[in-house]
Design a protein around this ligand. Sequence first.
Ligand code: SF4
Length: 478
Amino acid sequence: MLCDIAWGIAGVEMAVDRGDVVVIVDTLSFSSAVVTALMQGVTMIPCAEREHADAIAEREDAHISVPRANTDEQNPFSLSPLSYLDATPGTHVVLVSPNGGACAEKASRVEHAYVGCLLNAQAVAEHIATVAAENDKDITVIAAGENSAHHNLPGEARLLFAIEDYLACGAILGAIMADYTAEAAVCTNAFMNSQEHLDHLLKNCIRGRQLIEDGYEADVNHCLQVNHYSCIPQIRGNVIVAHDAPEEIEQPVDDTSIQETVEEVDDMDKWPAELIALRDEALECMRCDLAETRTHVVFGEGNPRTKLMLIGEGPGDQEDKTGRPFVGRAGKLLDEALATAGIQRDDVWIGNVLKCRACVIEDGRAKNRPPRADEVKSCRPWLESQIKIIQPSVILCIGAPAANLIIHRNFKMTKERGQWFIDSPFAPNVMAALHPAYILRQHGEAYESSLQSLVDDLKVAWERSTEEPPAKPQLTLF
Ligand code: SF4
């Protein structure tokens, strides 16, 4: 195992091309904010450019970080690690950072990508040493560097050497027993020889001086604590979570269960002929590009005489493989929540706004992506036709993206979950609940309370759907 240090996005790209274990280090902002936030149970979503943050936040029902000086009650999160100390567990934050965030986005392409700094140097070092040994990989620690505001240079050309990142890289590398490149060896020695002067060095480096001048000395004091936390942030797809958090990626199912599920879909004895005809037509649909990458059209399933429809945004990997909605880990949690709410899966209709998986192929692997507006538009008639046939009195949107499409744009799950919307063209009563995939990302109390909220919403939606419609007034002569 060889340990190396590299700089900025170019360094990440080289490490990714080699398939190394990668650690992103941006000491006085991104990395320390991530580590501190994860210690509070917050999930972080790195974002290099502010102009993309709104769309990500909308999709993930997340807060957006703002510049330190712009924080207020509505926007409490920034690159200041201290802004996360009072965060509610389960919160999601889009962390906008042109250095660390950009490096983390690039690093998400490798299987083993982490975030480190002085705060968690020992913990992350021990973990990556094990991962690298088990997988026969080399390690590259990335110093994100600083952008110079004084030069009118494009992209990487503006990257400045940042001693705080270099020293934190040395703290991580120095805790690993391995061979070092010449650069990594010097970096490790730099940290060892500077340990006693970290306070002085971090307060007098370019970024440290700036932060102190702007009134953020407490941030610097927080970031220079070595091995203060044991958290190991792992970059998984578009999010950063603690490495022992449950996998968001759906677990593969074996061929036997896939066969069984496809047969269950084919069991449509109780479906009206027009629904069967609609399904037959949808299975052949080529209206949008998603037809080219899908394995199965996921039409939806359940009781066509139900008054309650559960609608998610679109199929994922396991749904695409099986042709059935909500069958992966998230689907199993939905089944559990339904059972706890006293509802059989067969009592309701379960489907999605999109009938085919939206994915992008990266490094030979299909990764979920948000559907484009034109894909949603092309697919909408299938959902409308289903609703016309089934005529539900209640639609429960599963997750914020489905609520964005069915209830209204910019739907905020934190504020609007559990509210009834009675002016929807889709059904007389529409509400939104947490997506089970979101619940799977929570830990401890946050997991229990978010699962309970899904159960409660299912119960409320079911009760509303089984209420007798108000009797029509009787005409009398008097
Ligand atoms: S996503 Fe919808 S519109 Fe696009 S191909 Fe699939 S079924 Fe047709």
